[in-house]
Design a protein around this ligand. Structure first.
Ligand code: 3EB
Length: 301
């Protein structure tokens, strides 16, 4: 369905042979990139709808959009998200599965003095409000900085697969964060478990997860403790889904986002140790949606 290149290049979005080809600026010049591919069981139908591109299999859809640099993002983010939601609804993809959002200068102020992440959250939340089916069923997501300009996002949605969104007992649901974190709360669940056939084991998509307990950042300035708390938060979600049958070392893929380049070696070593040799690991040196967060980690288990 899709090939997403996280690398040192401007954002781009194109239709290629049988898939959507996307570049997300997530590396500095000279840094190695990371290629992610998403596959449907059958060759997907690809196309565009308004400003968005899609690749649709019988069961699962991939949709993507990019927005060039703006001084204020909420209106255009709302429009793009609404286009995606309208497309999914009209094609029978009833449930969102997983969303990734890549946001330029995520901690900077926009033209109105609002932090770009909060500006983005407002547009996304306004789109969710306009689509009650999706509003009632917010999926796992990542909202993270990039090394380029503009905003890119892509998502997976499904028709009939069973989808269960999971919150973390250790954390306030993000969509219930108090107003001091922005005019509209972030629209995502802590994890989403998908089961394709009844009786089959689920796949767990863990959201970007950080050193947050309740709604407060904990261990500001301490990379080691932020990593440990983040891993504990992820372990809690795995336990909710799998009980004691699976743990951190059962992750298939892990992506870590690290604010400071000098913390990259520590975070890489931490993830190798915590998640073990089974997981494929990608580490990105980008900003994170709260100024006091040093690291954020996501996984598929
Ligand atoms: C947090 O827990 C950290 O806005 O889509 C993590 C995952 C975070 C997703 C998003 C933000 C998002 O609030 C930030």
């Amino acid at each position: 369905m899709a090939a997403v290149a996280f690398r040192s290049a401007p954002a781009s979005l194109d239709l290629a042979a049988g898939h959507v080809a996307m570049t997300v600026p997530m590396a500095r010049p000279g840094e190695p990139g990371h290629l992610e591919t998403w596959w449907s069981q059958e060759p997907p139908e690809t196309g565009s709808a308004g400003e968005i591109l899609y690749a649709c299999g019988d069961e699962v859809a991939f949709c993507a959009a990019t927005v060039e640099h703006r001084s204020v993002y909420a209106p255009v983010v709302e429009r793009r998200y609404r286009e995606v939601f309208a497309f999914l609804e009209s094609h029978g993809y009833r449930r969102l599965l997983r969303v990734w959002n890549f946001i330029e200068t995520i901690n900077a102020a926009n033209a109105d003095g609002l932090e770009v992440y909060r500006d983005f959250c407002k547009g996304r939340a306004d789109a969710f409000s306009a689509h009650p089916e999706f509003y009632r069923s917010m999926p796992a997501a990542t909202g993270i900085g990039t090394t380029g300009s503009g905003i890119s996002f892509f998502l997976l949605a499904v028709k009939d697969a069973e989808v269960r969104h999971i919150e973390n007992r250790r954390q306030t649901p993000a969509y219930e964060y108090p107003e001091r974190y922005g005019p509209r709360s972030p629209s995502f669940a802590r994890a989403t478990a998908m089961t394709t056939r009844p009786g089959e084991a689920p796949t767990l998509f863990v959201s970007g997860t950080a050193s947050i307990l309740g709604h407060e950042t904990v261990f500001a300035g301490d990379i080691e403790k932020q990593c440990a708390t983040t891993a504990d938060n992820i372990a809690e979600l795995i336990a909710d889904c799998y009980g004691s049958a699976k743990g951190l070392t059962d992750a298939d893929t892990v992506k870590a986002y690290v604010r400071h380049a000098h913390h990259v070696p520590y975070v890489r070593a931490f993830c190798e140790e915590a998640f073990g040799p089974r997981a494929s690991l990608a580490v990105f040196n980008v900003d994170i949606c709260r100024g006091d967060l040093l690291v954020e980690i996501e996984a598929v288990v």
